[in-house]
Design a protein around this ligand. Structure first.
Ligand SMILES: NC(=O)C1=CN([C@@H]2O[C@H](COP(=O)(O)OP(=O)(O)OC[C@H]3O[C@@H](n4cnc5c(N)ncnc54)[C@H](O)[C@@H]3O)[C@@H](O)[C@H]2O)C=CC1
Ligand SMILES: CC(=O)C(C)=O
Length: 262
């Protein structure tokens, strides 16, 4: 078991997929880790909190919808109240939807933005307020995507929400640097999670493909020749959450096996 760092992390969208892997990795690094997801995911979320505790660190499980301001503020206060502080915020929760832009309704667009862009904004700002009041700096980390660097066909409104995360990461890094807070985001490529199962199914429905075919077509774009695991993302987030990344801020970094080269 890792020695405790004395730092408290909060990971949103942590009941499964990338968020779960990040929570477990941060726990293995010795941080206390609170986990969040929607109320409908409470069973899975509580199981992740138990896995976190089995690393020998403390945990808390808080259900909240990250698109709702009161819920996000309540979540941050409850984590800081229960675990003593908030030092590392990972705004990971997100949704995806495959649709040609001409079929995206205003409601589809607003929901995408509400979770992926406003959710990150609310988590970033609630965490920053708490960290500023604590006076000991902090690490704020957001979920971006390769789709935050390039607008993907059929993922137009999703891509727009991830460009928003990249812009907020840059602005927040400048505004909060004086408080010792760094702000960075991770940009995965094609990660084997429930989100990509949904994308594969929705592209398949649009293009008449069998299950798994859309994912294998996209996988041909990956230089390293394999689809990404949630743990591939979590190891980079571990670095972003650690003092090793103290001189890095405002970056949205591709961790995609070599799809986009910048
Ligand atoms: N899977 C992939 O290939 C990629 C994923 N990403 C991003 O990584 C993040 C995590 O993705 P995955 O683990 O693949 O997705 P996932 O769909 O497997 O897990 C997302 C989690 O977020 C939760 N969630 C959704 N809306 C929420 C809300 N309003 N409030 C709180 N929790 C909410 C879900 O219940 C779920 O547990 C997302 O932001 C996604 O956009 C970025 C690039 C690639
Ligand atoms: C889900 C996602 O961000 C991509 C680009 O696949």
């Amino acid at each position: 078991m890792a020695e405790g760092t004395g730092k408290v992390a909060l990971v949103t969208g942590a009941a499964r997929g990338i968020g779960r892997a990040i929570a477990l990795r941060l726990a293995a690094d010795g941080h206390d880790v609170a986990v969040n997801d929607l109320d409908s995911m409470k069973g899975e979320l509580d199981a992740v909190a138990d896995e976190v505790r089995s690393s020998g660190v403390r945990s808390a499980s808080v259900t909240a919808d990250v698109s709702d301001p009161d819920s996000v503020n309540g979540m941050v206060e409850s984590v800081a109240g229960e675990l003593g502080s908030l030092d590392i915020m990972v705004a990971n929760a997100g949704i995806a939807q495959v649709k040609p832009l001409l079929d995206v309704t205003p409601e589809d667009f607003d929901r995408m933005m509400a979770v992926n862009a406003r959710g990150v904004f609310l988590c970033f700002t609630a965490a920053a307020r708490r960290m500023i009041s604590q006076g000991d700096g902090g690490k704020i980390i957001g979920a971006c995507s390769i789709a935050g660097h390039k607008g993907f066909s059929l993922l137009g409104h999703y891509s727009a929400s991830k460009f928003a995360v990249r812009a907020m990461t840059q602005a927040a890094a400048q505004e909060w640097a004086e408080h010792g807070i760094t702000v960075n985001s991770y940009c995965p490529g094609i990660v084997d999670t429930a989100m990509w199962e949904l994308i594969d199914e929705q592209i398949g429905d649009l293009q008449g493909l069998e299950k798994g075919q859309a994912m294998s077509r996209f996988s041909e774009l990956i230089a390293l020749g394999r689809v990404q695991t949630p743990e591939d993302v979590a190891s980079f987030v571990s670095y972003l959450a650690s003092p090793d990344s103290d001189y890095m801020t405002g970056q949205s970094v591709m961790i995609d096996g070599g799809i986009i080269f910048s």
